[in-house]
Design a protein around this ligand. Structure first.
Ligand SMILES: Cc1cc2nc3c(=O)[nH]c(=O)nc-3n(C[C@H](O)[C@H](O)[C@H](O)COP(=O)(O)OP(=O)(O)OC[C@H]3O[C@@H](n4cnc5c(N)ncnc54)[C@H](O)[C@@H]3O)c2cc1C
Length: 428
């Protein structure tokens, strides 16, 4: 069984070195130096160059790949909304940096999401710092429009993004960090891991005990109902992704939605009142200002949000009822190859979609930065005990809005300010 089949993995592996001769390396180094501050010129050109390296003739071993080393002030890992926002702020400070992106195109993480996905936040809240989202303020952009917006953003601000460069490892050497991607090492005093909370799908171990005839996939691999077998569909996880996918699948299949209801915004989402009053209050004030690690209310809300996710934003319980989605308790395990619910009921379904969330997936950072639960020890993105190392886009990194589009500007601005302060202090 391979329930996840995460798209994009192949793209991330595309940095695997090819070819036997290193005829372009000197040329590439020279070009990297010349282009370091020319931003967008990097976007495809550098990815090509990185793939074109081969053996190091000076080593006397024609088959051994060359090590390429590059020094920059800051390496940002990930060109999603957070990495690009950090880049925007760093560029304004005149800092030399690169953004390394594992996928082939900026925005590919959005392109890989399910076909019918529209943002649950209206365009008014989907723009990054310095560039509003180019759509009617109260419309809901499609996932591909979001992807294209991110790509346009990188281009507009000439951000030095290198696509197709997956980071394998971050280690430390003295006061500098070593960021390794294939045969290339980036040496920097500052690293920002902006690879977000949505990288590695979480699926419980008992998934392996279900009958092999049940088609299982994680929401990351879900595209549309055509992927599913005839018969019932159990969606595990009743937060935003679970509820949205339930509505999509209920058009063609009988759906059971399992898990605790995480609450919902109690007004008609598309109405004039909700769009102009309720949503701005929820997104800008509650999620951004009240529920932060610096307020007692936020500190109380944090554990609940980390374990159960956000309340339903667009879909309402009555929408699920009207679509014929049946609500059932959480899945406790497997019995006779079938899903066993809390309370002892067995469900006979042909498909299971795991909407059970993600792990941050930062295990390529080979430094002691994780607590007992695997979370990064950090305050507003500054990692404890690792001066110069930052994260961006973690769940409740600073506030509920830290994993939302409208929260990126502030968290990224804070991280860029801290980097600026360290650089000024180091320069005396
Ligand atoms: C289905 C879904 C719908 C959502 N809808 C909304 C919405 O409507 N509104 C809203 O405000 N928020 C929404 N979110 C939440 C959030 O805005 C998105 O998840 C967003 O993509 C997170 O942005 P990010 O920059 O933190 O990370 P990502 O968008 O995940 O970007 C991280 C980037 O890092 C790259 N990367 C990862 N590891 C490496 C590595 N080792 N080396 C190099 N590159 C790497 C990835 O390829 C990726 O491009 C949604 C989330 C999901 C899952």
């Amino acid at each position: 069984m391979n329930p996840t089949s995460i798209s994009g993995t192949a793209a991330m592996q595309a940095t695997t070195l090819r070819g036997r001769h290193n005829i372009r390396i000197a040329e590439t180094r020279a070009r990297a130096g010349a282009l370091l501050e020319q931003g967008a010129a990097f976007m495809h050109l550098e990815a090509d160059a990185l793939q074109a390296t081969g053996s190091d003739p000076s080593s006397g071993d024609e088959t051994r790949p060359a090590l390429r080393e590059e020094h920059v002030d800051v390496v940002v890992i990930g060109a999603g909304q957070n990495g690009l926002s950090v880049g925007y702020h760093l560029a304004r400070k005149g800092v030399k940096f690169v953004i390394l992106e594992g996928r082939e195109r900026v925005g590919d993480i959005w392109r890989s999401r399910w076909d019918s996905l529209r943002l649950f936040t209206p365009a008014r809240f989907d723009g990054l710092v310095g560039m509003p989202f180019p759509a009617a303020r109260y419309s809901f952009p499609t996932k591909d429009e979001m992807a294209d917006y991110l790509e346009a953003y990188a281009r507009r601000f000439a951000l030095p993004v290198r696509t197709g460069v997956n980071v394998d490892e971050v280690t430390r050497s003295g006061e500098r960090y070593v960021v390794t991607s294939g045969q290339t090492r980036y040496i920097a005093r500052h690293v920002v891991a902006a690879a977000s909370s949505y990288q590695k799908p979480k699926i419980p171990d008992f998934a392996a005990s279900f009958d092999p005839s049940i088609r299982q996939l994680h929401s990351v691999a879900y595209k549309n109902p055509e992927q599913l077998k005839a018969g019932g569909v159990l969606l595990v996880g009743a937060s935003n992704s679970g509820a949205e996918i339930a509505m999509d699948v209920a058009r063609t299949h009988q759906v059971w939605l399992s898990g605790r209801h995480p609450g919902h915004i109690p007004v008609a989402y598309n109405g004039y009142f909700a769009m102009r009053l309720v949503l701005p209050v929820v997104l800008r004030i509650v999620f951004h200002r009240l529920l932060t690690v610096d307020t007692p209310m936020g500190r109380r809300a944090k554990p609940e949000q980390l374990s159960h996710g956000l309340p339903l934003i667009r879909v309402k319980p009555q929408d699920l009822d009207a679509a014929g989605v049946r609500r059932v308790p959480r899945v406790a395990g497997a019995r006779d190859g079938k899903p066993l619910l809390d309370g002892g009921q067995l469900l006979d379904v042909a498909n299971i979609i795991w909407c059970t969330g993600f792990r941050a997936g930062l295990d390529w950072i080979k430094l002691p930065i994780f607590d007992d639960t695997g979370r990064v020890k950090q305050y507003r993105g500054a990692v404890e005990g690792e001066p110069g190392l930052y994260v961006c886009g973690l769940h409740f990194q600073h506030s509920t809005s830290s994993t939302m589009i409208h929260g990126a500007a502030r968290d990224a601005g804070y991280v860029a300010d801290k980097i600026g302060e360290r650089m000024r202090a180091a320069a005396g």
